[in-house]
Design a protein around this ligand. Structure first.
Ligand code: 13P
Ligand code: SF4
Length: 380
């Protein structure tokens, strides 16, 4: 189901004289605003809203946006934060699946806003609910396979609800191993959605050999696999990937080690298996952040993840060398869609008593998706 835009009146109009009345619902006028004026306007609107708003920012957001975030984190930390905050409005500076997860975990009085509805995730779009339902039916026809679904946070609310209904759980890149272990206590096989690489990297590090994993291609009958392969496999990996992380290659690791002897390579688990094998460490965005912060002055790091986080880390640690593993900029173009102009538009509209870009998940989807998310949160 696509995002819904609602324009509703909050229970009371917020009276804030210092913010110009007449700010429109129309985003176009914000496009012309120079970045220089936005810092001040965003700060003013945020101050006017006070504790009625909480701004959550994923590590891949731009600096001009992240400076207004009350909480900055990876998808696990932000989902926990969404469930704990008391603010009336949760403005999620991230991508669509993250805002949906916040809406699933929010308290009844809260509303979730995504500053740009076009901020999606191509990986999440690779698992369509109809394809996943077909996969599940076909697996049942093969026989008593005892499969437990595990879906990465980077999936639509419909996929999370499917996972909850079928007794499975959500995972993030920082707790995928714990969730997979949980799933193997309940079944013989795991269907891992939608990131092939996170599934493979996690299972392999739990001691499951590559020969016991198969890739399910949703565009082929029975995933393009012989029945026998499905019966033998312990992990069924959905054929999905992140176009940003898949760009990191083994030759990048070899080159950076040649250019900077002694450099430490750390890769996000959405990277290919061969890259993770060559890396010194694997870490979620939060894990990367902690590893670099804990390293001694003078240490050298090549990081395989989105460039905004890499640049921020380089800036925060001037006493260390922090470079991207791929010298060609790896940017998540959908995370980048959240601009200071979008943030200003949603905040000033809230100040004026209007809500734009609300994300709402329907009640039934929410019920099951919440179960899958809570199973994960109970393990974290
Ligand atoms: P994290 O869970 O590490 O924040 O990753 C989210 C993401 O989208 C990475 O591409
Ligand atoms: Fe999706 Fe990849 Fe962007 Fe993360 S970096 S939001 S997985 S496209």
């Amino acid at each position: 189901m696509g995002p819904t835009i609602s324009i509703v009146k909050p229970p009371e109009t917020i009276r804030v004289p210092e913010v110009e009345k007449g700010v429109g619902c129309d985003f176009d006028s914000y496009l012309l605003m120079p970045d220089t004026s936005l810092n001040e306007r965003n700060a003013r609107a945020k101050a006017a809203l006070g504790n009625r708003v909480v701004i959550l920012g994923h590590h891949y957001q731009r600096d001009e946006v992240i400076r207004f975030a009350d909480f900055c984190g990876d998808s696990l930390k932000l989902s926990q934060q969404a469930g704990q905050s008391r603010a009336e409005f949760i403005v999620f500076c991230g991508v669509h699946f993250m805002a949906e997860s916040a809406d699933i975990l929010r308290q009844p009085h809260q509303k979730v806003i995504l500053p740009d509805l076009n901020a999606g995730c191509s990986m999440a779009d690779m698992a369509d609910i109809d394809q996943v339902e077909t996969c599940w039916e076909q697996l049942q026809e093969v026989g008593e396979l005892k499969v437990v679904p595990v879906t990465y946070m980077n999936s639509t609310a419909a996929i999370k609800a499917f996972t909850g209904r079928q007794g499975g759980a959500v995972c993030t890149s920082s707790n995928a191993a714990a969730v997979m272990r949980w799933a193997f206590e309940r079944g013989e096989k795991v269907l891992f959605l939608p990131d092939e690489h996170l599934g493979r990297n996690t299972a392999y590090r739990m001691g499951i050999p590559l020969e016991e994993m198969v890739v399910w291609d949703p565009h082929k009958d029975l995933g393009g696999l012989p029945e026998e392969a499905l019966r033998r496999a312990r992990v069924l990996l959905w054929k999905g990937y992140c176009s940003v992380h898949q760009r990191f290659l083994p030759e990048h690791v070899e080159r950076v080690r040649r250019e900077h002897p002694g450099i430490h390579v750390i890769a996000h688990p959405e990277c290919r298996w061969d890259v993770c094998e060559l890396a010194d460490e694997i870490g979620s965005t939060e894990g990367i952040l902690k590893a670099i912060a804990a390293s001694p002055s003078g240490s050298k790091w090549a990081v395989a993840t989105e460039i905004h986080l890499v640049n921020r880390l380089a800036h925060q640690h001037p006493d260390k060398l922090v470079v991207s593993l791929d010298p060609n900029v790896c940017v998540c173009t959908t995370m980048f869609r959240i601009s200071p102009q979008h943030l200003c538009w949603v905040l000033e509209n809230l100040v004026a008593g209007r809500m734009v870009n609300q994300i709402t998940v329907d009640t039934e989807t929410r019920r099951w998706a919440r179960q899958a998310l809570e199973r994960m949160l109970n393990l974290s």
